[in-house]
Design a protein around this ligand. Structure first.
Ligand code: SF4
Length: 354
């Protein structure tokens, strides 16, 4: 329909003047590198542009090609990812690099269907790579695009129920030409103009076409069903110090939450708080445990965690009983590559026993 094509072209004109400069984004007229697009899109899942930038730059400097990343030891990739969260993404990233190197001669496929077959690539990421790296007219629907579509077409049904309606609206606007620029343009509009609170409608290229603006309901959209509060879990971390000052750390099993990451050992994380007796019975060693004041708190996707920290000095005999662990001097804690929750535990312990 001509009015839909006109909307796409208005937005592309706006994009040509106001596009964000992002390290992974090709300059105007330059063909995007699929490896860079893929790497950035995986990192950006559930994470902000600001948080991703330094990780993206250091990954690309260290592993400039998909072959280089595929050849890296998994532990190096996990350590480089530490702090970015959602660690299954890092495991899938590495698995995907290996598949691309071994089965696709280092070249990313250019269709959504083939991209969806790869580890760690869901519908959003497949569409984003197909559009941005290969200019395929794929419909990209992330939180920014959902918000813009909900407002532009005044969709008042709440998310997640309205997702398919929003996808259908987004598909009607996706142009056949410059599909990659268009996908990035909608995302930029959502990130910089049609923001969650106080959208800047006066400078929006779609201001005259926007149904929510006309009805005065832009800020109330998209509506969302009330989120259920995540459950609370409790655990106790054990900070064990050897005579030379080194601390016992270990690597978590490769599958499951924080899989493959380095941790301070702890009790299981459960719905009830731990009494000191229960916690000490779960400790890796019988020792004179001291409980530190305060708690470490961390929010995961599906639950909140509150961790107490117990500290003990181990005798040489106790320390010797452990094998397959990482005895780590305090001076090297910064290079361990902790996931955020464990970095908090380490900082808490070091602050309280300094
Ligand atoms: S006019 Fe306002 S609400 Fe509508 S798309 Fe633009 S910024 Fe969003």
């Amino acid at each position: 329909m001509p009015e839909l094509a006109a909307k796409a072209s208005q937005l592309l004109k706006w994009y040509d003047r106001h596009r964000r400069r992002l390290p992974w984004r090709a300059l105007p007229g330059v063909t995007a590198d699929p490896y860079a697009v893929w790497l950035s899109e995986i990192m950006l899942q559930q994470t902000t542009v600001t948080a991703v930038k330094p990780y993206y730059e250091s990954f690309l400097a260290r592993w400039p090609t998909v072959h280089a990343l595929a050849a890296a030891p998994t532990e190096d990739v996990m350590t480089a990812w530490a702090g970015l969260g959602y660690y299954a993404r890092a495991r899938n990233l590495h698995a995907c690099a290996r598949v691309i190197a071994a089965e696709h001669a280092g070249r990313f496929p250019d269709t959504e269907a083939e991209l969806l077959e790869l580890p760690g690539i869901g519908p959003y990421t497949a569409a984003a790579i197909a559009a941005i790296a290969f200019d395929v007219p794929a419909t990209v629907l992330d939180g920014n695009v959902e918000r813009v579509m909900a407002r532009l077409f005044a969709v008042t049904d709440p998310l997640p129920k309205s997702k398919e309606t929003l996808r259908a609206w987004a598909a009607t606007l996706t142009p056949k030409k410059r599909a990659g620029d268009y996908a990035q343009a909608v995302m930029d509009l959502g990130a910089t103009v049609c923001t969650p609170t106080s959208p800047a409608c006066v400078i929006c290229p779609w201001s005259t076409a926007c149904a929510a603006r006309a009805q005065g309901i832009a800020e109330t959209l998209p509506r969302k069903l009330k989120k259920v509060e995540p459950p609370q879990r409790y655990g106790v971390a054990f900070w064990m110090v050897r005579k030379d000052g080194a601390v016992l750390l270990r690597r978590r099993p490769s599958k499951g939450l924080l899989g493959g990451m380095v941790e301070v050992p702890s009790t299981p994380w459960r719905a009830e708080a731990w009494s000191p007796q229960e916690a000490h019975a779960e400790a890796p060693v019988k020792a004179q445990w001291r409980t530190l004041d305060g708690q470490v708190t961390h929010t995961f996707t599906h639950f909140r965690l509150s961790l107490q920290t117990c500290v003990a000095d181990l005798t040489p005999a106790q320390a010797k009983a452990f094998d397959d662990v990482l005895w780590t001097p305090l001076t090297a804690m910064g290079e361990v590559g902790f996931p955020s929750v464990m970095r908090k535990v380490a900082e808490h312990a070091m602050k309280h026993i300094a």
